[in-house]
Design a protein around this ligand. Structure first.
Ligand code: MLT
Length: 258
């Protein structure tokens, strides 16, 4: 796919920091990181295939998405190693990149994610969702996920975050959603690989994550040598949107000490 390119935003200068969004979001989910995380870094934020402004992929897989994300560095003529962060599905992609292209990474941020593959039940659930999206379009997924994504208090106390989340999910396309569901369904188990990760690794997870339990973050923290784990209070699946001040502080401190 030589002509296939992702849309991305970039801001700031310094060591490159590439942040991969989760499902079914777009690069817009990192709005509250734009200013602070570009103060000392070249922040690069792609839209994954079929989300935001990127075209859908003809061959969706987490490996392909990892390849597409790292191709942005070539586009920008960056030969330096990158700090690669991914939230949830973005984390599955970052783990695939750590497996395929370890020489390109300076550090890894594993955010609200897990290393294990889908269970048989999980795979069947992906197939059922794909069938529903074919019938009803991408909003079927957004409506199903919306009540689980934020900490219960966030819906009441931070209505602008809940509103922004709806907007971000509105960027998804049918092809993008089906491609991402296919890629997530077919991803391999990254748990055996965790012990081979040799770059500084930061793991952040919301204490009230109802999509991926915090115990999954602990599995990664126990296995990745020297990794640091932070559980964020009053956050569900989306600490960068729900608790941006705390999230940015944790990431900035990690980057400063690297
Ligand atoms: C995500 O937030 O990226 C997804 O919910 C992850 C998943 O469905 O496994």
């Amino acid at each position: 796919m030589p002509d296939f390119k992702l849309h991305y935003e970039q801001r700031g200068s310094g060591r490159p920091l590439l942040l991969i969004h989760g499902f079914p979001f777009s690069g817009r989910m990192w709005r509250a990181q734009l200013e602070e995380l570009s103060a000392n870094n070249q922040l690069i934020i792609p839209d994954l295939p079929g989300f935001g402004k990127s075209p859908a992929s003809p061959a969706p897989s987490v490996e392909q998405f990892a390849t597409n994300c790292l191709a942005i560095l070539e586009d920008l003529h960056i030969s330096e190693k990158v700090i690669l962060g991914g939230l949830s599905m973005g984390g599955y992609i970052a783990l695939a990149a750590a497996r395929l292209f370890p020489e390109r990474l300076a550090a890894l941020l594993l955010l609200s994610t897990r290393a294990s593959a889908d269970t048989a039940e999980g795979k069947a659930g992906r197939d059922a969702t794909i069938a529903k999206v074919r019938e009803g379009g991408p909003s079927v997924v957004a409506e199903g996920m919306y009540p689980k994504l934020l900490a219960p208090a966030t819906y009441n106390d931070l209505p602008f975050v809940a509103g922004e989340l709806k907007q971000v999910m509105g960027d998804a396309t049918t092809e993008g959603v089906i491609g991402a569901l296919t890629a997530m369904r077919d991803r391999q188990d990254s748990v055996p690989h965790l012990k081979n990760i040799s770059v500084p690794t930061l793991i952040i997870h919301g204490q009230e994550d109802a999509v991926i339990p915090p115990s999954e973050a602990q599995v990664m923290a126990d296995a990745v040598p020297g990794s640091k784990l932070h559980l964020v209070a009053k956050a569900g699946h989306l600490p960068p949107m729900e608790q941006p001040t705390e999230f940015n502080r944790i990431v900035s401190e990690f980057l400063r000490k690297m």
